[in-house]
Design a protein. Structure first.
Length: 487
């Protein structure tokens, strides 16, 4: 696409009259620039893209998008906000791909990954070609790509959606993080259905306050289109049991569908029964009353299923098809995942890394635990410090044997993180073992028949972030190693 044509989508008050090269790609990483690229200078938290503009030119950039004048030998287009402009240009460059596919977005503190995988299964079983963008990976049909962020930057997003559109994807499902909403990464994405799971404490290192965090989430619903189009209606699927529900309902002009267990909602679960092997309930919606038998465990799993069912119902999938799909799902990697290595006690690995998710998982375990409950838990470094004592309090309150350990300490001293956790549980009974493998070994060495061990915080992750190192570490493999050693 010619530069002048691309810039016309910015609808700038001033007209750019410089050279008009052909733009072959849009990049915000100077290392990815090739001949013909438009390089976008983005100010980040640790680096400023403006400092790499000259390097981008040397790598072949045909033009630079900047927030200030730069003395370079290629056209430099100065705009007020390069992040916002990049979203507009990426959408235009990739020919507005989200207008060609159904796009479902899921936001919330917990449950995004599981809900997205439930939806992918439902649409796949409906003979649709699906796409998925989230915490674990990106999928285009059967192709799988690694991801760095829950929600990628706007260029990567539009490039991915373009690939989906070119691959004839019918429905794409993506996790939408509060960071992405605050930073405008999803500007240009034409969502058809927006799903809200829940809002509990997390990311306060970034947002500062819960009110700011809630506001970031509300942007997703306020941006969900004002027009009531007959051929492409917009829906907001909202958890009625969450305290933020009314705020998000007020924020969106879209058609609202609520789901819940405790509060009256459009889609509800009643008569819930939870065991260590699965969960059963009655699904009730307008004109629908059906028994559901999940292989997933816990009340939080019911919420995820209700969220997925609400989105799928209003995307035109029949109730029978939805229930058949979700009943087949055995689980999602690292989400209440059982580790089996011949032991007589249960070992569960879960991604629970927020106070609410840890409490939910432990309460679910208490529904069926017969004897001791061990929980191995830590808190990430360079992240919200205020949740550390809260996580420790929950572990001490709900587990018989809490064990505090390291969980991606990053640049922080692991022992200081543990001291922050201890500050919330003075006088309580707990064990501290900073080395994560040693903590798992300890729990396994103590566990007996009928006990439950919960290894919380990392779930599907296969690494530990210690200092500037990325070390191989998988809770599931670490647990198997410990069990085999103990046997």
């Amino acid at each position: 696409m010619k530069l002048h044509k691309l810039l016309s989508y910015l609808h700038s008050l001033s007209v750019f009259e410089g050279d008009n090269p052909t733009i072959t790609s849009i990049e915000n990483d100077h290392r990815k620039v090739r001949t013909g690229s438009l390089f976008v200078c983005i100010k980040g938290y640790t680096v400023d893209g403006h400092d790499y503009a000259q390097s981008a030119v040397e790598n072949g950039a045909a033009a630079i998008l900047s927030e200030k004048p730069l003395p370079l030998d290629v056209p430099v287009i100065a705009v007020r906000d390069t992040q916002r402009a990049m979203s507009v240009l990426a959408d235009a460059f990739y020919e507005h791909p989200t207008q060609k596919i159904r796009l479902i977005g899921i936001t919330g503190t917990n449950g995004k990954t599981t809900t997205s995988h439930l939806l992918e299964k439902i649409f796949h079983d409906d003979k649709q070609k699906t796409g998925l963008i989230g915490t674990m990976y990106t999928k285009v049909g059967s192709k799988v790509y690694n991801t760095k962020n829950t929600t990628p930057d706007s260029v990567t997003l539009q490039q991915t959606f373009h690939e989906m559109a070119e691959s004839s994807v019918d429905t794409a499902i993506m996790e939408v993080s509060s960071h992405a909403l605050e930073l405008g990464r999803v500007h240009g994405c034409d969502f058809d259905i927006a799903v809200f799971t829940n809002l509990t404490q997390d990311h306060l290192d970034f947002h500062g306050t819960m009110e700011n965090y809630k506001h970031a989430k509300s942007l997703f619903f306020s941006q969900l289109g004002n027009a009531y189009l007959e051929n492409r209606p917009k829906f907001a699927v909202i958890n009625a049991d969450d305290d933020a529900a009314l705020d998000f309902i007020k924020a969106t002009p879209a058609h609202v569908i609520t789901y819940g267990i405790d509060q009256k909602a459009d889609i509800m679960a009643k008569n819930i029964s939870i065991t260590s092997k699965g969960t059963s309930f009655t699904l009730e919606a307008p004109g629908i009353s059906r028994e559901v038998h999940l292989q997933l465990v816990g009340k939080f799993s019911v919420y995820n299923v209700l969220a997925a069912a609400g989105a799928a119902l209003y995307a035109g999938i029949s109730p029978g098809s939805i229930i058949s799909s979700i009943e087949e799902i055995k689980g999602v990697s690292g989400r209440f995942e059982l580790v089996q290595a011949g032991q007589e006690y249960l070992v569960i690995v879960d991604y629970a890394h927020t106070p609410d998710s840890l409490e939910n998982v432990l309460k679910t375990i208490l529904e069926f635990a017969k004897k001791k409950v061990y929980v191995i838990v830590g808190c990430g470094g360079d992240r919200d410090k205020t949740k550390r004592p809260i996580m420790a309090q929950i572990a001490c309150r709900l587990a018989t044997d809490p064990i505090f350990t390291s969980d991606n300490p990053r640049s922080e001293d692991p022992l200081q993180i543990l001291r922050d956790m201890e500050a919330g549980v003075k006088g309580e009974k707990y064990t501290i073992i900073a080395d994560r493998q040693s903590a798992i070994d300890f729990a396994v060495s103590k566990a007996a028949e009928g006990d439950v061990i919960l290894i919380a915080g990392k779930g599907h992750e296969t690494y530990q972030l210690i200092g500037n190192q990325v070390l191989d570490f998988d809770d599931r493999e670490a647990a198997k190693k410990a069990i085999l050693k103990a046997n």
